[in-house]
Design a protein. Structure first.
Length: 407
């Protein structure tokens, strides 16, 4: 999917064939076995990965995913998308991604900590503040970033907060990072409303995934006066056409971990949620949720890809035909990596910014990236995904050609 999207943009750009050859494969890929002692004294061996797709513009950057579907191919695709995302936002990073094939919900806190520390030790030559800077993704959070920072620092012999982003504020994390991806999703959506001359007040939204990104997007949308009519997680979803009481739902999830059992709406499954008639659909869980099979039944006006790769290329074509305005993942969810960049800069300078300053800088960067993509899409008469990829790939390819080839 990542290569198909890239190839379409490369064709349109008439990209230098030598650069093209290089971009379809990662720069480096590392597979590690991660043996840990389980709580019952058994040794279990997990498969871990870290992939650097490109580092033309600076150290590589990307999240670490803990999920049972993690495999080398998926990590490579996610790393490639990170390259385009950083290029599009004008950040001095290349793309990377990592992950461990595991089900974090079935591991105890002690097991998760041992897994994280051993994985960090296994990939230690591969990461570093000037080499590759990890961050949270599906199944990982601030606590896991804190363990990575601590393990790396213990092995180096001094504190290195700038080794990861998305860590707790007490150890050098940035204000606003936890909610940054969800906030960026909403900033993009507000730009889209402006472009489509639509008043956000009272507009309906359905959100698949109620983790870091989905829950924060829901909260901020609710504060902006939109009506969030449905949300779901891995177990089930909840639907209320009048609009869900999002603060009450967040409270319920903080106590029970899942959306299930929330009394403020009717139960809905993930497939039905995606097909609800609504103004805005926000997939904020996993990839390949909108496919050739269900795309014709999607009935939203705007689709904001908060997740990475939620729409397949076949579904893209169907949605375009239906006139859905799609904000692609490399733009829509780039708020996270943008504030991760702010965190890295603050750590390197040992000088920390106020939350207001962070949100204002984020809004400015997201707003101008959205406008750049929109203007190119109107000028070239291409969809927003193709425009976003063209902008980013052109820029990184030019940088590559200017650097030349070694030796
Ligand atoms: P998370 O682990 O915090 O939350 C994931 C959510 O998806 C949970 O509510 C989970 O229950 C739900 N989910 C899992 N499987 C599902 C399924 N089959 N159907 C429906 N829901 C399911 O993860 P996150 O950090 O919120 O990431 C969500 C998406 O956003 C991912 O695609 C990730 O790559 C992308 N993303 C995250 C960040 C970030 O800063 N965290 C940045 C950019 C992109």
């Amino acid at each position: 999917m990542a290569v198909a999207q890239f190839s379409k943009a490369a064709d349109r750009l008439n990209l230098d064939p030598n650069v093209r050859k290089r971009f379809v494969v990662p720069k480096r890929a590392l597979m590690v076995s991660v043996p840990i002692k389980m709580d019952d004294d058994r040794i279990e061996v997990f498969n871990g990965y870290r992939v650097h797709h490109d580092y033309t513009l600076g150290p590589s950057k990307g999240g670490i995913r803990y999920h049972p579907d993690v495999n080398l191919g998926e990590v490579c695709a996610l790393a490639m998308w990170m390259t385009w995302k950083c290029g599009l936002m004008g950040l001095p990073f290349g793309g990377a991604k990592g992950g461990i094939n595991c089900d974090p919900t079935k591991l105890s806190n002690h097991e998760l900590q041992r897994l994280t520390r051993r994985y960090t030790a296994e990939i230690i030559q591969f990461i570093g503040p000037d080499i590759d800077v990890p961050a949270p993704d599906v199944g990982t959070n601030e606590q896991i970033m804190a363990w990575i920072m601590d393990t790396y620092s213990q092995l180096k012999g001094y504190s290195v907060p700038e080794i990861v982003t998305g860590k707790p504020v007490t150890i050098g994390g940035s204000l606003g990072r936890t909610e940054a991806t969800g906030r960026g999703v909403v900033y993009c959506l507000m730009e889209a409303f402006k472009h489509l001359k639509t008043d956000p007040a009272g507009r309906t939204a359905a959100i698949q995934g109620f983790g870091n990104v989905g829950a924060n997007a829901a909260r901020i949308l609710h504060e902006e006066g939109c009506r969030v009519i449905a949300v779901s997680d891995v177990k089930s979803g909840v639907h209320n056409p009048k609009g869900l009481d999002i603060p009450a739902l967040l409270d319920h999830v903080s106590k029970t971990r899942y959306v299930e059992g929330f009394s403020g709406g009717d139960r809905i499954d993930n497939a039905a949620l995606l097909e609800l008639p609504c103004d805005v659909l926000i997939p904020a869980a996993l990839s390949k949720q909108i496919t050739e099979e269900n795309a014709s039944r999607i009935s939203c006006r705007i689709l904001v890809e908060a997740a990475n790769g939620p729409t397949t290329p076949e579904a893209d074509a169907i949605l375009l035909d239906k006139g859905v305005f799609l904000i692609p993942d490399i733009l829509a969810n780039a708020g996270g990596v943008t504030v991760s960049y702010f965190e890295w800069v603050q750590d390197l300078q040992n000088f920390f910014w106020k939350e207001k300053e962070i949100n204002e800088k984020l809004q400015e960067i997201m707003g101008s990236a959205f406008q750049n993509v929109l203007q190119l899409s109107l000028k070239e008469k291409v969809d927003m995904r193709l425009a976003a990829l063209m902008l980013s790939i052109k820029k990184i390819a030019q940088a590559k050609l200017e650097r030349g080839i070694f030796p």
